[in-house]
Structures are given as structure tokens and as C-alpha cells.
Design a protein around this ligand. Sequence first.
Ligand SMILES: [Zn+2]
Ligand SMILES: [Zn+2]
Length: 283
Amino acid sequence: MQAWFHQKSGVLATMHRKEQAIAPILKHHLGIEVVVPLGLNTDEFGTFTRDIKRPGDQLNAAQLKAEKALALTGLTLAFASEGSFGPHPSLPLLISDHEIVLMRDRDQGIEVIGQALSTTTNYGHQYVTTLEAALAFAQKIGFSDHGLVAMSDAEQIQSSQIFKGVTRESELVEIVTWLLKKFGQAYLETDMRAMHNPTRMKVIAEATQNLIHNLSQRCPQCGCPGYTAVEHKTGLPCALCGFPTDLKLASTHRCQKCDFSQLMYFPNGQEFADPAQCLYCNP
Ligand SMILES: [Zn+2]
Ligand SMILES: [Zn+2]
């Protein structure tokens, strides 16, 4: 697969040092030299601290970043990543980090996405009214390897003074002491920007590995990378009673370049579902 991208330069739309997680993987597997553009402000596509709202969804934000990086550099290959934090889609009591890493190749006219969903995240926030509580929260979220954001009030972002990228204890003590004195409270949250969050950086690397995996799937007709499933059909029969379950029965793979497509049965390699997944056997 190296031949498709070897020694090409690809621009990575980041100002949060995501190249640390992404670039070595792209170089190793695809031979791509990653460049990071100067003067790219990805914050205009939304920030985690909500002072700037994120337009559209996660994928859309990554697409906008990639487009901006292509326009800025004149290159034809771009990468962008976008994270989202919240309840796990199937285990809602757990907080998860969902990362996507997108590749847009203008020469080939293709866009391929890698994803990772991890419950390993320090994502969290808390109001505090004492310095001790602030320090306890800091310790819980892995400060100071992981950064913090501090403000007076999360509900009134406009009037709140926001301190981002706090990574020194002396700085944290000074800011929290000042906020407590002035407002009687402080709101702390984890800084989720990649360069202040090594835990998140690892999940971004996982999503990049998934992108490599998806690129390695080639169109049987033209060989184009990124021949991945675009649609799924549920209804895998239960191993015990044959009742159709919500598990995947078939997936449609489609080539973005030549439009060749195939319906493939049993995408998870199993012809029957575990009866534990069956609404009839295990209601
Ligand atoms: Zn094809
Ligand atoms: Zn059954």
C-alpha cells in the first residue's frame, strides 16, 4: 500500500501537537511525510471549553479542518482529527473518548476515516469552593501530566475568565486562590487538548491505526485503498432459535473511486449470534 502514498507530503490540521501521535504511524505504514501548517487556527472549528461552539458534527469538523489545511498549503493530501467525550454509546454509565482521524486525498478523490472508542479517559469537571478540593480534583485527573482548565462559572462562559493549559501546581494554586477570593467558587475541568492530555493522545494513535487498517482494505476491481463497509444490514440469526438479532448480517463495501460494490455476509466472521443477544431466547 506504501506505493499509493510513498514520499508524498500530507498536511495535518492541528495546532495541538497531534502530529506526535499521528505522524510516526503514517510515516511507518504509508511512507507519508507529515507537515503541520503554520497559521492554522483549528479553534475556529470549535473548542472543548465551549467558548467557541463546534459547528456540525464531529466528522464535519474534521472535514472542515482538512479542507482548511489543503487550502492553506496547496497540498493534495490532508489529515485531521476530532475527538468527542461523553457517555459510552452502549455503556452509558461510563465516560468514553471517541476519536476520529480522517484522510482526504484530492488526487484520488477519496476520504477515509479511522475511529477509536475508549473508556480510558480522564474527562471530568467539578465546582470547588476550597483549594484542597481543587488539588484533590487535580490529583484525580492525573495533573500535571494532564492539564486543567479553570474558570469562575461554566454556565456563564461569556463573563467568565478562562485559564487554559494549566500544568504547574504553583499556577493552579494561584489561579484557584484568585477565583475563590473573587467569586467564592472555581470551576475546574480537564484540558482535553491533545498536547495537555497524553491519555487522549493514545486514543488518537489508536484511531490512526484504525485508519491504516481501513486504508489497507483495497477495492477488488481497481485496487483503491479504503474499500470499507458503508452500510450494514442487521438480522444475524440466533444460534439457538434462528430468530434474527440486531447483530450485523451483512455489510456493503463500496469503492469511492470506481463505485464497485459488494454485499458481504457475516462481516464479523460468525454465521450465528450468541443466544444471549437474542430477544426471543434472552428477552
Ligand atoms: Zn475501485
Ligand atoms: Zn434465539
